[in-house]
Ligand binder design. Structure first.
Ligand code: GP9
Ligand code: MN
Length: 628
């Protein structure tokens, strides 16, 4: 039998070679490689990513970057045309973006995010120095563009027969692959929302821009930001009612003087005056109390923004954001801040913090708050490391370098945020700066040593201020940013301070010290209950500034003390209302009280949070007209 074998030609579902010519496919492959290389190049050029090249972080960052390029391809491929315009435009736009990221990074040590564009009005100083920021290697951001142009002119031979259907299928496939790559990278990393540079380092420059744009769209375009006329009236009535018109005690006594505010990392109130084995933990602050006003009942009001929330409250007297972090979510808002008021009064205004400037989005927020200068880790010589696991610039070096950087030829506002007493306090485990006795090598013991160091550094800083003639000429404000001991340390802490452990007593410990020094202010201890929201208004009164826009109270001129926490709990000298239980307790005895009797009062207090949220979430100060 004669069997005739016939070759059967199997036709692929999509025949790429039939629908697309090889010249175009090569072009597209090179385009994708070019974008990937430029993004990764930028990260290494700016030292956001480090050698070794094949470290775990770099490998997953590359997987995520490939994901970005695949998703980019998925979108562009839909618009595929014979002359590949979509690819060329994308290449130019991304090259300009990555190059601008590099330039911005050279100046501010952080990447361009959408708030940078909205806050472009603050960019003057970069503009002036653009040429000085250029590097020869920057040519690599653009070198491929003429080559791509040339290529598409030379190889314009074959006609395109591709169909939209085939392109869609390929795009969906590429998109799924890209999304999968993101997912793989994410599964390997704790996702930090606190630092844009961290996101770039772990997920790549492309992913960062996607993430940032998505966040901006959700926050600004998809959220109802319209301020209704009733809401506007509510805000106005509230501010009108609250305003003191600055007629209080001690009003203006420090007008025109320097303002030095020190926000001390994790400094809790209980350490002030505390002795362990007969020795004071904070001898320098204790000594300072003899010539200062000491507010001993200031409650921590921070929320999702932790340190940054404390900064936010002091400089705006607005509550932290209901969700997330005000420093990230509202960096494009208009504020009526303390640095702005002082700037208007002719001051130089500085914020200083010895850490990566992108952390907590400080670079953007400090601009939005009106600080002229942000002195960050990038401006400092890292010459001594103390605390935070041994890699924080020491408070001593931080104070010294900040003081050197300040132009003292006219009044200044220096807002200093310290770092050495940041947890983990393990750095102090084998240090003998302070004898903590039986707490040696414990979490609490190390915390006390850390605060003892922070105190010693403040002592040396104050001596320096005295030597430079600044001590007599400045209003000095010192406070803690938030708690330093987590709940699981309650046992040791209660035994140290001899208090019996209870939910109410723990809540009552969540306080920070507030010390205000000025030569004209007689030393005293103020028992009024307050919170970090009240630091700004108290300063504003002493410096004779406008108190109209603050939501907190002037602690030296208020009839009734109270603190409202972000979770809706309320503290007064009479009661403690726990929002999580919806119960009211007598502040002193801890006995449960009849909540109904306090309902109205609590509701009135909580109105503060509603007004603050309206101002922030609707960006009300940008929309409302004020004649002041
Ligand atoms: C880092 C420092 C720490 O910049 O402010 O922030 P925290 O962890 O305390 O919120
Ligand atoms: Mn902190």
């Amino acid at each position: 039998m004669n069997i005739k074998l016939e070759r059967v030609k199997v036709k692929p579902f999509i025949d790429i070679t039939e629908q697309f010519n090889w010249y175009d496919l090569i072009y597209i492959a090179f385009f994708m490689a070019a974008i990937l290389c430029k993004a990764v190049f930028m990260q290494f050029q700016m030292h956001i990513s480090f050698r070794p090249l094949f470290s775990k972080i770099n490998i997953f960052m590359t997987i995520s970057s490939v994901g970005f390029v695949l998703i980019l391809f998925a979108f562009l491929f839909i618009f595929y045309s014979r002359n590949k315009v979509a690819f060329l435009i994308a290449n130019i736009v991304l090259s300009v973006l990555f190059f601008s990221d590099a330039m911005y990074f050279r100046y501010y040590n952080t990447i361009i995010s959408v708030p940078v564009i909205s806050n472009a009005r603050f960019l003057g100083s970069v503009g002036d120095s653009i040429v000085s920021l250029l590097r020869r290697s920057d040519i690599l951001y653009f070198i491929d563009i003429p080559l791509f142009l040339l290529y598409s002119i030379i190889f314009r031979k074959k006609a395109v027969k591709s169909q939209i259907f085939s392109r869609l299928i390929i795009s969906v496939f590429a998109f799924a692959l890209g999304a999968g790559s993101f997912a793989v990278a994410k599964s390997q990393n704790d996702f930090s929302i606190y630092d844009n540079n961290y996101i770039v380092k772990n997920f790549g420059l492309g992913y960062f821009h996607y993430y940032d744009a998505k966040k901006y769209i959700a926050e600004n375009l998809l959220r109802d930001k319209k301020l209704s006329s009733e809401e506007e009236q509510d805000i106005r009535n509230y501010l009108d009612k609250k305003s003191n018109n600055s007629v209080g005690k001690y009003n203006s006594i420090a007008k025109g003087k320097n303002l030095i505010v020190i926000q001390v990392e994790a400094l809790q109130e209980f350490v002030i005056g505390l002795k362990v084995n007969g020795k004071e933990v904070t001898p320098n602050l204790n000594k300072l109390l003899n010539e200062s006003v000491y507010f001993e009942n200031i409650y921590v009001q921070v929320a999702g923004g932790n340190t940054s929330d404390a900064e936010f409250m002091t400089n705006n007297s607005l509550y932290p954001a209901k969700e997330g972090t005000a420093y990230f979510r509202f960096a494009t808002n208009t504020f009526k801040s303390l640095p702005m008021m002082l700037k208007e009064a002719g001051y130089n205004t500085y914020a200083a913090h010895a850490y990566s400037p992108s952390f907590w989005n400080r670079t953007e927020m400090y601009k939005a708050l009106g600080f002229d200068d942000f002195i960050s880790q990038s401006d400092m010589v890292l010459d001594e490391f103390i605390g935070w696991g041994g890699w924080a610039l020491s408070d001593d070096s931080f104070y010294r370098q900040t003081l050197e950087a300040i132009d003292k030829s006219k009044p200044f506002y220096a807002f200093l945020v310290t770092l050495s007493s940041h947890h983990p306090y393990s750095y102090f485990n084998d240090k003998d700066n302070f004898d903590v006795g039986k707490y040696d090598k414990t979490y609490l013991g190390n915390y006390l040593k850390a605060q003892n160091y922070a105190d010693a550094a403040i002592g040396r800083f104050i001596e320096k201020l005295k030597k430079e003639g600044l001590y007599e000429n400045s209003l000095i404000v010192i406070y803690g940013d938030h708690h330093g001991l987590p709940k699981d340390q309650a046992g040791d802490l209660f035994s140290l301070i001899n208090v019996s452990n209870s939910k109410l007593e723990w809540a009552k410990l969540q306080k920070v010290p507030l010390i205000i020094h000025y030569p004209g202010l007689e030393s005293q201890v103020v028992e009024t209950i307050g919170g970090q929201m009240d630091i700004g208004p108290t300063i504003i009164n002493l410096m004779g500034l406008d108190d109209y826009f603050v939501l907190g109270k002037d602690l030296l001129n208020c009839d009734k003390g109270y603190a409202i926490l972000r979770n809706g709990s309320v503290i007064t000298d009479e009661f403690y209302y726990f929002s999580d239980e919806n119960k009211v307790y007598d502040f002193k005895s801890g006995k449960e009280l009849d909540r109904a009797a306090y309902d109205e009062e609590i509701k009135r207090y909580l109105e503060d949070l509603r007004i603050s949220d309206l101002i922030l979430e609707k960006d009300a100060f940008a929309k409302m007209k004020f004649d002041r």
